[in-house]
Design a protein around this ligand. Structure first.
Ligand code: NAD
Length: 334
């Protein structure tokens, strides 16, 4: 079946083509994101494949349907960028990759925490420049510290296990409880308030939903333990970035490590070096010595790319053969 792959990069093209070598799908790769402005490119493709920065709002979905598309295959787990109600109205099926490697994201979250706490980017830059001074590089032991984990699904659970291995005390908040985390790791499920008040580090692993948008904002930042570190590898809009900057400036927050940013689709995945960054909040965050930013790369491991490609092409095959779409998303009214 013909599938147009949007927002494609060398790494996902390579992985998809390798997995597709044994099947007969006809893949066309477009570097642009799929939006109202680019949807004409999808005309004639029964399936489109998208990632986190493509924006499938109601007009784009209508245009897709008019152009002959009836399958949207997300090659990611999060689906906040697709209007599922509109897709249902248009009769477009939406499938995703619910799990590809929770380890990739959880390990990146811990890598960010370690790098930020031990000031590794600054330390490496110094040594590279022949400066072997240690002043200003003091971190803290993670052992014995309290880590608050918001969202204990697939990724949050793996992060909890990693943090447990470091000897951290674990607090968790989730709408559902997983007794194994309590029994095996001693994780205590508590209220959000308690997470804010007691945690030395807070790591976000909830999906972006209407009820989780701007979960971290001025009022919640003010409740946090002074000196807390915030890690976000989930979705940028979980944090009000303006309020985060204010909390960093006042010194209330000791640091933030972010793999995601609310306005990231305008910047991430592109080489904008040599240009003036056109987002004052992002520029401010980038300039803070106690902020570490990666450009939505937490998923980027060989294993994750292989699994994403296998599940995506499996979804496409099931659709082409009229089989059961096991990874289909359906609209659930709030
Ligand atoms: P998951 O569905 O397994 O887990 C999400 C957890 O959040 C569940 O346990 C659920 O009960 C909980 N939850 C949902 N709504 C909640 C609410 N209102 N309050 C408290 N808890 C709530 O998802 P996952 O695979 O662990 O992924 C988590 C998120 O990570 C994804 O939604 C995605 O946004 C993000 N992600 C980021 C990357 C990256 O590269 N940075 C890659 C994959 C996923």
């Amino acid at each position: 079946m013909k599938m147009a792959v949007f927002d494609s990069h060398k790494f996902d093209r390579t992985a998809l083509e390798q997995v597709n070598a044994g099947s007969s799908h006809d893949l066309a790769f477009f570097e642009v994101t799929l939006t109202q402005q680019t949807v004409a490119l999808a005309r004639g493709f029964p399936a489109v494949c998208i990632f986190v920065h493509d924006k499938l709002d109601a007009p784009t979905l209508r245009a897709l349907k008019q152009g002959g598309t009836s399958l949207v295959a997300l090659r990611c787990a999060g689906f906040n960028n697709v209007d599922l109600a509109a897709a249902e109205r248009e009769g477009i099926h939406v499938v995703r990759v619910p799990e590809y490697s929770p380890y990739s994201v959880a390990e990146h979250a811990m890598a960010l925490l370690l790098a930020l706490n031990r000031k590794l980017p600054r330390a490496c830059n110094r040594v590279h420049d022949g400066n072997f001074s240690l002043d200003g590089l003091v971190g803290f032991d993670l052992h014995g510290k309290t880590i608050g984990i918001i969202g204990l699904g697939k990724i949050g659970s793996v992060f909890a296990r990693i943090a447990h291995g470091f000897g951290c005390r674990l607090l968790g908040y989730d709408v559902r409880h997983n007794d194994r985390l309590t029994d095996e790791l001693g994780l205590a499920y508590v209220s959000l308030e308690e997470i804010y008040v007691k945690s030395d580090v807070i790591s976000l692993h909830v999906p972006l939903l209407p009820e989780t948008g701007h979960l971290i904002q001025r009022a919640t930042l003010e409740k946090m333990k002074p000196g807390v570190i915030i890690i976000n590898t989930s979705r940028g809009a979980l944090i009000n970035a303006h309020d985060l900057v204010e909390a960093l400036k006042s010194g209330r927050i000791a640091g933030a490590a972010l793999d995601v940013y609310e306005e990231e689709e305008k910047f991430f995945f592109r080489d904008l070096s040599g240009q003036v960054l056109q987002d004052d909040i992002l520029a401010r965050l980038v300039s803070c010595p106690n902020v570490l930013i990666t450009a939505h790369q937490a998923f980027l491991t060989r294993e994750a790319l292989q699994n994403i490609s296998e599940t995506t092409l499996g979804n496409l095959t099931a659709f082409a053969e009229g089989g059961l779409l096991t990874h289909e998303l359906t609209f659930r009214p709030a």
